[in-house]
Design a protein around this ligand. Structure first.
Ligand SMILES: NC(=O)c1ccc[n+]([C@@H]2O[C@H](COP(=O)([O-])OP(=O)(O)OC[C@H]3O[C@@H](n4cnc5c(N)ncnc54)[C@H](OP(=O)(O)O)[C@@H]3O)[C@@H](O)[C@H]2O)c1
Length: 346
């Protein structure tokens, strides 16, 4: 566990990364993405930040406020319905036209819904797309820019004090690390076995397995799957008034166990920047956290709300025996190809 004091100490020192960090917040217009983006802009020097989402009005308000907080920051809004993979490609192209490196890809775009399956015109259910496929599409598209940031990390970490990463290459997906479960291997995208429970289990487990697989493929980037705990955000916005009132009452009862929104932002900024979660190629493993497979500094991390290790070990061990991470990743690339055509990125 990381104490709040440790978290805040990390965050106030982010100027050590130097100027010009590039951060992409997919879901940065509300909730955990928004508060984490706000904390990053406050604590870094001349950051370039992209808030990706649909709500332009809300984005403009956040951007206006962040300009006051850090006048040297460049904050941009990129409009994208992230449930559609082709829209994800357009959003990535917009970012790639402006940036040749990306230090942080932070993904929270998601929905709480009782509906399903609810397919986009591309044939993917919106929830499983937002929570898994779309996030992995952002990741694969931005791999060249993340890798470039990561190579700079290696170079500068040898040039300066050991372990001081003057640059950063990290992917964070906020979902539910710890909720991993067995998968329906012959129906990973749940065309025949859709239920909200299966959807949650598949999105969570495929995220953890893919990140483990990708940490070997891209050893200069680190991958974090985080569970935020219970945080009061805009997640219930699509529910009707009666359900929202009932959920608000539940939130009152759950208050002692809830993570305050601002604290969640600080904790996610820590997950996004702390040297405790280095990429696999890093030589600074001494102070690294245990990775998802138990190896210190493995490059893939499953985090609880407080920064402690939180993978559901038993199902993950079973799935690893059959190299399911590779199978899941091949399936994911197959879905990408069927919707977006053949890609040059791996
Ligand atoms: N809050 C919790 O207690 C909790 C607990 C466990 C897990 N989580 C997970 O944490 C993640 C973040 O949740 P949050 O609480 O921060 O939720 P939130 O306040 O509702 O934020 C969700 C974000 O997703 C974006 N989004 C939704 N649909 C989109 C779409 N089709 N295209 C592009 N962007 C879209 C929204 O932006 P626009 O409106 O601009 O499109 C918004 O910025 C979610 O995946 C959630 O499942 C949250």
């Amino acid at each position: 566990m990381a104490s709040l004091e440790t978290v805040l100490k990390n965050n106030v020192n982010l100027a050590d990364y130097g100027p010009g960090l590039v951060a992409v917040f997919v879901g940065g217009t509300s909730g955990i993405g928004e508060v984490t983006a706000r904390a990053l802009v406050r604590d870094t020097v001349s950051p370039r930040v992209y808030l990706v989402g649909r709500n332009e009005k809300q984005a403009s308000k956040i951007i206006e406020e962040l300009r006051q907080v850090n006048p040297n920051g460049q904050i941009n809004f990129v409009h994208c319905d992230a449930a559609r993979l082709k829209s994800v490609d357009e959003a990535c192209k917009t970012i790639q036209d402006k940036e040749d490196k990306v230090n942080l890809l932070f993904m929270t775009a998601g929905i709480l819904t009782t509906k399903g399956p609810d397919e986009t015109d591309e044939g993917l259910d919106k929830k499983i797309s937002l929570h898994y496929y779309s996030r992995m599409r952002f990741l694969t598209n931005l791999v060249p820019q993340l890798t470039k940031a990561g190579l700079a990390t290696e170079a500068s970490s040898t040039a300066t004090q050991p372990g001081l990463y003057r640059n950063l290459s990290r992917v964070v997906s906020v979902l539910e690390a710890g909720g991993e479960a067995p998968l329906i291997l012959d129906d990973l995208s749940l065309k025949k076995n859709y239920s909200l429970r299966n959807c949650a289990k598949h999105a969570i487990t495929m995220t953890s397995l893919s990140m483990e697989h990708l940490s070997s493929m891209y050893p200069t980037t680190s991958f974090v799957h985080a569970y935020p705990g219970v945080v009061k955000t805009g997640l219930m916005r699509d529910f009707g008034a009666i359900t929202r009132t009932a959920m608000s009452a539940l939130f009152v009862l759950a208050r002692p166990w809830m993570v305050p929104l601002d604290e969640s932002g600080e904790r996610h900024l820590y997950a996004a920047t702390s040297p405790r979660f280095p990429p696999r190629a890093s030589k600074d493993v001494e102070r690294a956290a245990p990775g998802s497979d138990g190896t210190k500094g493995s490059g893939a991390y499953l985090l609880h709300w407080d920064g402690s290790d939180n993978g559901n070990k038993k199902p993950l061990q079973e799935l690893r025996k059959n190299d399911t991470g590779k199978l899941v990743w091949e399936h994911t690339l197959g879905v990408f190809e069927s919707i977006c055509g053949k890609s040059t990125t791996p």
